[in-house]
Design a binder for this molecule. Structure first.
Ligand SMILES: O=C(O)C(=O)C[C@]1(C(=O)O)C=C[C@@H](O)C=C1
Length: 284
């Protein structure tokens, strides 16, 4: 068995993988679509990809690729606390304030905007494919005096010195990752979880007044709690959106199928993206 993740070694995604998957091979991929394609092509059995951060919101590439390019059920959710650190090559540790550029994943840069604006004012930043990819770049270029924003494991893995700890702008910084598979599968690492969610993708009938209100009522009168509703462009024209809706319950035989049938009767398109256990794990 193999699980694919956004690499290289020591990304936050790999930390999430380590918490849940033991005794199977962990395979790094350079991009999030690359992880998902590897499941479709059966190169790996599972993929773990970031979906949403508490400070920066959704990881749009994950949402869009998952809803529009592949057909893979979500079989689990892992929520991980995120601690961002500024790190440089040990040769540059004493003059880190003179760094010429800061590299990281776009979400990590966004989580540290206040720090960058106040402590490294004027220093350019650039996004790369992951936090660990940034750490690796810094390790490979000691002469450049550049910095990365990444986690503690990346500092260890790539032999970097952490010069400022916990530089994320708000304390409550968590990221949700989803586990994808080719088919609905029960995950051993998550089987003890008491918390379940169900995610639906809903498209509204065009130009129908009150359609979203009616969609929400289908859940409201059944007392199905929603933990998230988000719109994403359908990419077919301005103003054309679909909705991703997270329900705080496991797929049952009555309430969710009843709500889905009601939405279809209203003229909505409804797709079940997954019903899955959800766990909150620790950094270490
Ligand atoms: O770059 C990484 O380390 C990742 O695992 C990606 C990612 C993300 O896409 O949001 C995951 C968690 C953090 O929020 C920052 C980056």
């Amino acid at each position: 068995m193999k699980v694919g993740y956004l690499g290289p070694k020591a990304t936050f995604t790999e930390i999430a993988v380590r918490r849940v998957f033991s005794g199977i091979e962990h395979i790094p991929f350079q991009t999030i679509p690359g992880c998902m394609d590897a499941v479709v092509e059966q190169e790996v059995d599972f993929a773990v990809v970031p979906l949403e951060n508490a400070l920066e919101g959704s990881v749009n590439i994950t949402l869009d690729y998952l809803t529009q390019e592949v057909d893979l059920p979500i079989i689990g959710e892992i929520t991980l606390p995120i601690k961002q650190h500024l790190m440089v090559h040990p040769a540059n540790a004493s003059d880190w304030q003179q760094v010429s550029k800061v590299y990281s994943h776009s979400h990590a840069i966004a989580q540290c905007h206040k720090f960058l604006h106040t402590q490294l004012k004027g220093v350019p930043f650039e996004s790369v494919s992951s936090t660990a990819a940034a750490a690796k770049m810094v390790m490979e270029a000691p002469e450049a005096n550049i910095a990365a924003i990444a986690n503690e494991l990346a500092a260890e893995e790539y032999g970097l010195s952490i010069v400022r700890r916990n530089i994320h702008d708000f304390d409550y910084n968590h990221t949700r990752f989803v586990v994808l598979a080719k088919e609905q599968t029960e995950l051993k690492g998550l089987s003890g979880s008491a918390h379940h969610k169900t995610t639906l993708m809903v498209t509204l009938p065009s130009d129908q007044a009150g359609a979203l209100h009616q969609v929400l009522s289908a859940f409201a009168w059944r007392r199905i709690n929603l933990s998230k509703i988000e719109s994403r462009p359908m990419k077919t024209g301005i103003g054309n959106y679909f909705f991703i809706i997270d329900l705080e319950m496991k797929l049952d035989e009555v309430l969710i199928p009843g709500a889905m049938a009601e939405l279809e009767a209203l003229g909505c398109g409804v797709k079940l993206l997954g019903s899955y256990p959800s766990v909150m794990v620790e950094m270490n």
